[in-house]
Design a protein. Structure first.
Length: 175
């Protein structure tokens, strides 16, 4: 999926687009995490500040000059997932850098966590896993932007999320 599909699907997103690229130090993030991130996320992060969709889903996006904070935040969530796994509460999901491990990319105001599942030869093959606040862990074979566009258009089920979310015209705010 691409950023352009998300921009076509999510009305109001374009008004938050930066006029110039944000120049995030992706090499620093890659060194800190030990992996590249999917290209659709890189593209999204380069032209948008951290986003919140419909006062519910917050995307964890790096801010130029605060790349280390982005990495530390991701590592903290990965550590929490390791604790869940160690307590047999992750439904078989494992934290990155373990094979097929999860890396966070978002959360909700109700405690849901959104992850990439690191499967395949390239980050662009990673899929989406949602750790719902009701202890469900649905998986989706789409990219981050494909997942978001699909939620908005109704082609991806909102499994694990509150009934009726997202609404028909979700509002976009920046963090």
């Amino acid at each position: 999926m691409s950023l352009s599909l998300l921009e076509r699907t999510l009305s109001g997103l374009l008004e938050h687009r930066a006029p110039v690229r944000r120049h995030i130090d992706w090499a620093r993030i890659e060194r800190g995490l030990g992996t590249r991130l999917p290209s659709d996320f890189v593209e999204l992060s380069e032209v948008y500040a951290p986003l919140i969709i419909d006062d519910f889903l917050a995307l964890h996006m790096p801010v130029p000059g605060e790349e280390d904070e982005f990495v530390e935040g991701a590592k903290g969530i990965i550590d929490n997932l390791a604790s869940l796994r160690d307590s047999d509460m992750s439904h078989g999901h494992v934290p990155f850098p373990e094979k097929g491990g999860l890396i966070p990319w978002g959360d909700s105001d109700e405690g849901d966590m959104f992850y990439w599942r690191t499967v395949g030869d390239s980050p662009d093959e990673w899929t989406v896993v949602v750790s719902g606040s009701w202890d469900d862990w649905p998986q989706f074979s789409v990219s981050l932007t494909g997942y978001l566009a699909g939620l908005i258009s109704g082609t991806v089920p909102a499994e694990g999320l509150p009934q009726g979310w997202p609404g028909p015209d979700p509002k976009i705010t920046t963090d």
